[in-house]
Design a protein around this ligand. Structure first.
Ligand SMILES: NC(=O)c1ccc[n+]([C@@H]2O[C@H](COP(=O)([O-])OP(=O)(O)OC[C@H]3O[C@@H](n4cnc5c(N)ncnc54)[C@H](OP(=O)(O)O)[C@@H]3O)[C@@H](O)[C@H]2O)c1
Length: 345
């Protein structure tokens, strides 16, 4: 008889127009059949999921809009996201049983996944596996290409990073320091501010929730103005940064996490500053730069091994806690890169 195994899954219940709640997802016990075999032929694998990643862009996949760069989740099916997994069965000569991989997978214990341009075999066994979801994965790569390809940094530049203690922000700040910049981070708690200054090496940091006037706060930290704003949040911080940019400033529009849960996104009032200050403001998607991934990987690995870079993770244990961890991203509960530990290899 064909072998069947229990497969616990986090199911996406349906599209939403507000901030995500735990009840938008549901833990179910499904099963995985097929004799625990991958479909025949190259490009399809059966994997056991070890670590899963919580990323803000996943909120966009709960919207039901087909106009985005990535399709919406399918109601009734497991949530999808980046993960680190072990290959259980595969016909593909490049991905053998026992290999560890990072790429798109399901929020479940076992998944059938397909080859894609973001599926990678993990060859390094001297860094924590979960780093392939953060420092050495999509968020780290976002920080790297956003800073080096979009911000045109120069030594001595003044740099503001928002959501600075998060998966992307913490690396942007450290790369900027390595580049000889003056770096200020904004984050949403005194604990995060302390970590930015005392663990991650930012020159300054402040709790934006404690600042009644963001414009005044930025004038305090940047009396000569901001050369680079790496924007992870949009909204009020973007508006205040626009008022404080220097001539020829650069704004990398990486994300707008403050707007993810708004039905009517907030307007930006200070765009006029782009003109007299000749500011370049550019959005980007990390996936447009994948040709640079090997370079990023080697460079950041080297920095990490030399002790020049550190990386903070916030790990929850157990698939059942994944919905709460995801919801927490939009409440600022995560301190560092949010990952879920599902199983050991
Ligand atoms: N363009 C790309 O290719 C690309 C790729 C990856 C990520 N991103 C974007 O990069 C940004 C950071 O992602 P991440 O993975 O590093 O997430 P993260 O910073 O690890 O987690 C999200 C953080 O956002 C902050 N936040 C939540 N709600 C907020 C609000 N209403 N106002 C201000 N801050 C809020 C919280 O930090 P505080 O406690 O500091 O508020 C929270 O911890 C996101 O906007 C994401 O969409 C873009």
């Amino acid at each position: 008889m064909e072998q069947q195994m229990e497969n616990r899954q986090v199911i996406f219940k349906g599209f939403i127009k507000r901030a995500p709640r735990e009840t938008d997802m549901e833990l179910k016990v499904g099963s995985i059949g097929g004799g625990l075999k991958a479909p025949a032929g190259p490009g399809a694998f059966l994997v056991k999921n070890l670590y899963l990643s919580c990323d803000p862009y996943m909120r966009g996949r709960m919207r039901g809009s087909r106009t985005s760069y990535i399709p919406p989740f399918v109601p009734g099916q497991p949530i999808e996201g980046f993960g680190v997994s072990k290959v259980i069965d595969s016909d593909d000569p490049d991905f053998k049983p026992g290999d560890l991989v990072s790429g798109m997978t399901g929020w479940e214990e076992y998944s059938l996944i397909r080859k894609s341009n973001q599926l990678r075999k993990i060859e390094q066994h001297d860094v924590p596996l979960s780093y392939h979801l953060g420092l050495l994965g999509m968020p780290g790569f976002t920080a790297y290409v956003g800073f080096h390809e979009i911000c045109s940094p120069k030594q001595g530049d003044t740099v503001l990073v928002s959501a600075a203690s998060g998966a992307v922000g913490q690396l942007v700040g450290q790369l900027a320091k390595l580049h000889g910049c003056y770096v200020v981070g904004s984050a949403g708690s005194s604990q995060k501010v302390d970590l930015l200054k005392n663990k991650l090496g930012f020159d300054e940091a402040f709790d934006y929730k404690e600042e009644p006037d963001l414009d005044a706060a930025l004038k305090r930290y940047f009396p000569q103005g901001i050369d680079i704003y790496f924007d992870n949040v949009g909204g009020d911080m973007l508006d205040a940064a626009l008022l404080n940019m220097r001539v020829d400033g650069r704004i990398a529009v990486c994300g707008m996490v403050s707007q993810h849960s708004q039905t009517n996104p907030q307007g930006i009032h200070n765009l006029f500053n782009l003109i007299p200050k000749r500011i370049k403001m550019q959005g980007f998607l990390q996936s447009d730069f994948l040709h640079l991934f090997p370079h990023f990987f080697n460079q950041v690995m080297e920095y990490y091994k030399q002790g020049k870079i550190t990386y903070m993770e916030d790990t929850v244990r157990g698939l059942e806690h994944a919905p709460a961890a995801f919801v927490g991203l939009f409440l600022g509960r995560n301190v560092g890169k949010q990952v879920i530990h599902v199983a050991s290899p």
